[in-house]
Design a protein around this ligand. Structure first.
Ligand SMILES: [Zn+2]
Length: 285
């Protein structure tokens, strides 16, 4: 497949900006869409990344560099067999090894154009048809095969998601706050702080409720909405309208009660921001 670029000239005041645009439609799309991930991406953002890099599947890595503490020579000449995601982990599967990318709090990526300086560049994978760049993130070689390492039934966006398994795990931690339980990646892989706040608002449960005190019906709703909202997040994020749909996260007023929402800067063991309504989100303790 031939990779080509073209240049367009944009007059900008007295200046002329030469802007290099990749010729292939998907590549220009990638640049537009995938500049970076901000503030600890949640599972749906990793699914979006996985979709964006699909054109590199089956392609050979011609060079690998960056300051990640891995043996870059292991990657060269290997073909990408698959891109996968498990919760907030992004996996680059190669015939002999798998790379795990975790974006932590400030990680980001770009496709085809390097957008951050070299000290922040953890990994650069060069392909004949383009480039992938990962910044300020954790890059590790996975020990073992992904299917041995990961429990896909715990990934809220996976086809293998198992609600009954999640219920069993929750039953084992009755004293845990629901806010902390939702962020537990062994139970709800992919759920982050936005999803947590929105799910608890949707189901009318106070974040400091104890898992073991939730009535069975509420427990069912919690598990169901963790997955439902994650798919809504994915759909809205793809349409660039995620924030528009937030009902509680970063909001000041409860849309149901029209009274101020409560904001807690560090809630529970996970110490993450919580936004909730003291009136319509019931406390079960
Ligand atoms: Zn309310």
């Amino acid at each position: 497949m031939v990779f080509f670029r073209f240049y367009c000239i944009l007059p900008l005041g007295f200046f002329v900006v030469i802007w290099r645009i990749p010729g292939r439609a998907w590549l220009s799309l990638c640049i537009g869409l995938a500049k970076q991930v901000r503030n600890m991406p949640e599972g749906p953002s990793i699914v979006i990344l996985k979709d964006l890099v699909q054109p590199f599947k089956g392609e050979k890595i011609v060079a690998a560099s960056g300051n990640a503490k891995i043996d870059m020579s292991l990657l060269v000449d290997q073909k990408v067999t698959a891109f996968r995601s498990w919760g907030k982990h992004f996996l680059i599967c190669l015939p002999r090894t798998t790379l795990r990318v975790h974006f932590l709090m400030f990680g980001s990526y770009s496709i085809n154009e390097q957008t951050k300086p070299n000290p922040r560049l953890r990994l650069h994978l060069k392909f004949s048809k383009g480039d992938l760049y990962f910044y300020t993130c954790s890059i590790k070689i996975l020990e073992g095969k992904p299917d041995e390492v990961y429990d896909w039934s715990g990934d809220v966006l996976s086809d293998d998601w198992d609600a009954a398994a999640a219920r069993k795990k929750l039953k084992a931690i009755p004293e845990t706050l629901v806010a902390d339980a939702l962020l537990d990646q062994q139970i709800f892989a992919g759920v982050g702080n936005i999803i947590k706040n929105e799910v608890l608002y949707r189901i009318g449960v106070h974040p400091e409720s104890k898992v073991g005190k939730l009535p069975p019906r509420k427990l069912t709703q919690l598990i169901k909405e963790a997955r439902n909202y994650s798919f809504d997040f994915l759909k809205w994020k793809k349409a660039f309208e995620l924030k528009k749909h937030w009902l509680a996260h970063t909001k000041k007023t409860c849309p149901r009660c029209n009274i101020p929402l409560i904001k807690v800067a560090h809630l529970g063991k996970t110490q993450r921001r919580a936004f909730y309504c003291g009136n319509c989100q019931k406390l079960y303790v």
